[in-house]
Structures are given as structure tokens and as C-alpha cells.
Design a protein around this ligand. Structure first.
Ligand code: NAP
Length: 495
């Protein structure tokens, strides 16, 4: 046991940090070849815990257990499944402080944001616990007098899940809650950087009475072997993945042989547009929320801020003053608003985007100098006079860098906003109703925030178009991703 003192000493319930994987009904502390990997605190670099590095064979065992458990789970009533999920939800809320602490320690985000994420994750469990009782089918008038047509919805079966490090609690919540609610089983792999949050949830699932085998958590050094096993194992009916578009493409290629069903929540390159009729103070608030949550490491982060010429200087001045006042530091310290980035690769990408923008004429007006807090800290940075030829315009920066572009007309900014292969989210601030409808309809994205910078909620369908993904998570549509439609043609009826 290497669980670090900073984490252990602050936990109310120390048993929530486990150095083991969950395979079917068993907690696996060691693997036969002794392979392990460490989990670090990105703010301090200290090792938080050591976990067994499981193989594809372990994932296969979890799938076999899941297949068995799923059959019995699917037979139970929606009400029964709902009761187990509600109990899990209650434990999730009761352990809010500890789950948030674990999250901040392994991921780096400020404790207040971690608490927000844990509550957001729990909201999916509550929502789908309720939906478990409402998986309705249809009766369609028959096409002949003696025929009746029934449409029933059935769980797809065993689902493989792969999640990223930026929301270690909420990303698995959005998948496991609907899957279990409708009668599926799940074998999940958290990102190697942040497995402790998902493992803590698995401990709570045990306590809630979730039957063995329904939720396995496979800890591994990298996702590649797990992905290959999930895409090639015929007992896995579907894969749900949240992460980069690049890995989404790999999974799609690998799953082609078995026509594997895929749910993909991939990368974004969100435009954030401020029109000349906008409430500029509200737009600044919205831009701060849409850009700097989780130090800019969210898939729905504003990646490109477009401001209409007439209000450009006012927005730049107000926004940069707010950014300059952000407090950077260890997420465990009170008042900190920006934590570290997750790893050296992320820091290098932000630095590369800043350097490239400067080379192409961008002017840094806040930030950019290296942080003295440690190697993974990047000071919030604002670049004005950004242009479309810069890397930050085409690639997802995934860090605390805000580039501000200037535009003249509505049609020009719509074309600029849509000039990307991504289509996850977009935001704009305006007051004119005709303009609001025109822009909301024209943006090629799955989600639009109008006069708001925060759009994530369990009651709405979350997901992207273009190369940002397939399927939706949350809302009543979120259950559909885990259901098959079966149609029964019932003959021999009274004519
Ligand atoms: P990533 O590199 O794609 O990794 C995501 C997950 O995939 C991790 O668990 C990773 O495991 C695993 N993985 C890596 N290579 C794999 C492979 N060949 N086969 C199967 N699994 C593999 O993405 P990330 O850097 O962690 O996350 C950031 C990205 O996620 C951004 O693009 C962001 O926009 C996107 N994201 C999207 C949403 C959404 O809802 N649309 C939400 C959050 C994040 P290991 O790291 O352990 O190898």
C-alpha cells in the first residue's frame, strides 16, 4: 500500500482509495507478472497510489462475468434496477467530500470544481435511476387485418467503456448510469492518469448492492490492449468511448470486422462568438466559464473566441482583466481557480500553440511566461489579433489559452466557426432574435449555448456532429444508446 499521506490523512473514509482493479466480483490487487503503474498528483508530482496493470486476458474474464451477470440483471424489473441505482446515488452524495478530494488529488482541478463534477456525475445516476422504469415500446397498427405490430426495446448486452482523465467521475457516470438502468453490464477502463475516482465509485457500487459482474473496472497502463479486446470480443455488444477523435477513429477501424456498435464522445474546437448587440459583461462571464473550467481541459471549452469589430476592444479589455486575476495553484488550496495540466504533453501543446501564434502575429496580452509553481502549471494566457492560419484555430488546445479573433459580419463568422472538422459545441452572445435563430441553426455542432457559457446537464442530450462523435449522453435520448429495437409481427389476431 503506497497511498500517499496527503490523500489518506484528509479522507473521512479511507477505504475509498483502493489499489486494486475490479474484475467481475473480485478485487484484483496483483497480477501474475507483477506489472504495476503509479498514479501521480499533477500539482506536486508525488505518487498517490500504485495499481496492478491488467492485461487483455483480465478484460476478457471481466466480459465473461459481465455476460453472465447481465442476463439476470436484464430480467429484473426496471423498478428493481432503479432501487439499486438510487442507493448508489445516495452513497455517491454521502461521500461527496471524499470523492472530490480523490478527484482533485489525481486530476488537479480545484476542489470546488471537483465537488461540482461529483454532483454532476451523481445527477446522471439519479436521472437514469428514474428512467429505468420508463423504457417504453410501441404498438403500431398492423399492415393487415389479422396482424399486430409490437416494438420492444431490449438492452444491447455487455458494453465496453473507455473514459478520459479530464472528468474521471462524470464521464463514467454518463455511461454506466444509462447502461445499468436499461439492463446492460459494463466493463470499463479509466485513463491511466486518473483511475482512483472510478475505483472509488466501484467500491460504492458494491455497497449499494450492485450484483457482481455488472461493473468491472480494468486498470491498465495504456488503453490500446483494452480497446483491441473490446473491439474483437464477440461478447461485447457495444463500445462507448470518450476521448480524442484520433482514438475514436482507431476504435472505429478496429470494430469494423464485427460491425461493433459505437458511442463516441470525441474532441471539439468550440467557437465562442460575441456579437455587437451582446451584453458584453455577460459575454465576459460566459467566456470565463466556457474557457477556464478545468484549466481549459474540457471538450466543450471555448477554443476560438470571435468578437465583432465594434465591441472588440471593450471585450478584450474586460476579458483580459478577469483572466489576469485568476488564481493558479494546487487545487487543494482554497481560492485556487486554475490547477495544473495533466501531463507534460499537455503543457508542450499549449506552449507550441502560443509560440506559433506569436510567430504569426498574435499579441500576448496576459500570461505566457512560465509558471514558477511547477512543471505542469501554465499561466492563463490571452492572445489578441488571432488569425485562422494559427494552430490554435485548427487544433483543440486543451489548456488555459484564449485566442481572440476579430470579425465583421454574421455570415463571415458563421463560415469561420464552421471551418473545422469538429462539431461538438458552440456559444454566442447576442440579443436580436432573428440573429439568435439564424446563428443557432447555422452552427454545425451538437450543442449551442446562447447567452450562456455552461451547457452541460443530465437533462439535455450531450454529443457532437461531424468528427466530434456519434450518439448522445444524458436526457431521455441517452438511454437509446444502450437499447436495441425489436419488432414483433403478431399474426393470428382477430380480423
Ligand atoms: P485519449 O488520448 O483519446 O484517451 C482517452 C482514453 O482512451 C483513455 O482512457 C486512454 O487510455 C484510452 N486510449 C488511448 N489510446 C487508446 C487506444 N488505442 N485504444 C483504446 N483506448 C485508448 O484522450 P485524452 O487525452 O485522455 O482526453 C482528452 C480528449 O477527450 C479531448 O480530445 C477531449 O475533447 C475529449 N473529450 C471529449 C468529451 C466528449 O464528451 N465529447 C468529454 C471529455 C473529453 P490511457 O490514457 O490509459 O492510454
Amino acid at each position: 500500500m503506497v497511498v500517499h499521506e496527503t490523500l489518506l490523512s484528509r479522507l473521512k473514509d479511507k477505504t475509498l482509495v483502493v489499489e486494486a482493479a475490479k474484475v467481475g466480483g473480485k478485487w484484483v490487487r496483483d497480477v501474475s507478472d507483477g506489472a504495476r503503474f503509479d498514479v501521480f498528483n499533477p500539482a506536486t508530482g508525488v505518487v498517490l497510489a500504485s495499481l496492478p496493470a491488467l492485461s487483455a486476458t483480465d478484460a476478457r474474464c471481466a466480459v465473461a462475468d459481465a455476460k453472465h451477470a447481465q442476463k439476470a440483471w436484464a430480467k429484473r424489473t426496471g423498478r428493481d434496477r432503479s432501487a439499486v441505482l438510487k442507493c448508489w446515488h445516495q452513497l455517491w452524495i454521502e461521500n461527496l467530500d471524499d470523492l472530490a478530494l480523490i478527484l482533485t488529488c489525481e486530476q488537479g482541478k480545484p476542489l470546488a470544481e471537483a465537488r461540482g463534477e461529483v454532483l454532476y456525475g451523481a445527477s446522471y445516476l439519479e436521472w437514469f435511476a428514474e428512467e429505468a422504469k420508463r423504457i417504453y415500446g410501441d404498438i403500431i397498427p398492423g399492415h393487415a387485418e389479422n396482424l399486430r405490430i409490437l416494438v420492444m426495446k431490449q438492452p444491447v448486452g455487455v458494453v465496453g467503456a473507455i473514459t478520459p482523465w479530464n472528468f474521471p467521475n462524470a464521464m463514467i457516470a454518463r455511461k454506466v448510469a444509462p447502461a445499468l438502468a436499461v439492463g446492460c453490464a459494463m466493463v470499463a477502463k479509466p485513463a491511466a492518469e486518473t483511475p482512483l475516482s472510478m475505483l472509488a465509485l466501484a467500491v460504492l457500487a458494491d455497497r449499494a448492492g450492485l450484483p457482481d459482474g455488472l461493473f468491472s473496472v480494468i486498470t491498465a497502463r495504456s488503453g490500446a490492449d483494452f480497446g483491441k479486446e473490446m473491439t474483437s470480443n464477440p461478447d461485447v455488444a457495444k463500445i462507448t468511448f470518450t476521448g480524442s477523435t484520433e482514438v475514436g477513429r482507431i476504435l472505429m477501424r478496429q470494430g469494423a470486422d464485427q460491425i461493433k456498435k459505437l458511442g463516441l464522445e470525441l474532441g471539439g474546437n468550440a467557437p465562442f462568438i460575441v456579437f455587437d448587440d451582446a451584453d458584453i459583461d455577460a459575454a465576459v462571464d460566459g467566456a470565463m466559464a466556457a474557457k477556464y473550467r478545468n484549466a481549459g481541459q474540457t471538450c466543450v471549452c471555448a477554443n476560438r473566441i470571435y468578437v465583432q469589430s465594434v465591441v472588440y476592444e471593450t471585450f478584450v479589455e474586460k476579458f483580459s482583466a478577469r483572466v489576469a486575476s485568476l488564481r493558479v495553484g494546487n487545487g487543494l488550496e482554497s481560492g485556487v481557480e486554475i490547477g495544473p495540466l495533466i501531463n507534460a504533453g499537455s503543457v508542450a501543446k499549449v506552449r507550441e500553440h502560443i509560440a506559433d501564434a506569436i510567430d504569426r502575429g498574435g499579441k500576448v496580452i496576459v500570461g505566457s511566461e512560465p509558471s514558477e509553481l511547477g512543471p505542469l502549471f501554465v499561466n492563463p494566457t490571452v492572445i489578441r489579433d488571432a488569425t485562422s492560419d494559427m494552430k490554435l484555430s485548427r487544433e483543440e488546445t486543451f489548456g488555459p489559452l484564449a485566442p481572440i479573433f476579430r470579425f465583421e459580419t454574421v455570415d463571415e463568422v458563421i463560415a469561420l466557426a464552421n471551418d473545422t472538422e469538429f462539431g461538438l459545441s458552440g456559444y454566442f452572445y447576442a440579443r436580436d432574435m432573428a440573429r439568435i435563430f439564424k446563428v443557432a441553426e447555422a452552427l454545425e455542432v451538437g450543442m449551442v449555448g446562447v447567452n450562456t457559457g455552461l451547457i452541460s446537464t443530465e437533462v439535455a442530450p450531450f454529443g457532437g456532429v461531424k468528427q466530434s462523435g456519434l450518439g448522445r449522453e444524458g436526457s431521455r435520448y441517452g438511454a437509446d444508446d444502450y437499447l436495441e429495437i425489436k419488432y414483433v409481427c403478431l399474426g393470428g389476431q382477430a380480423a
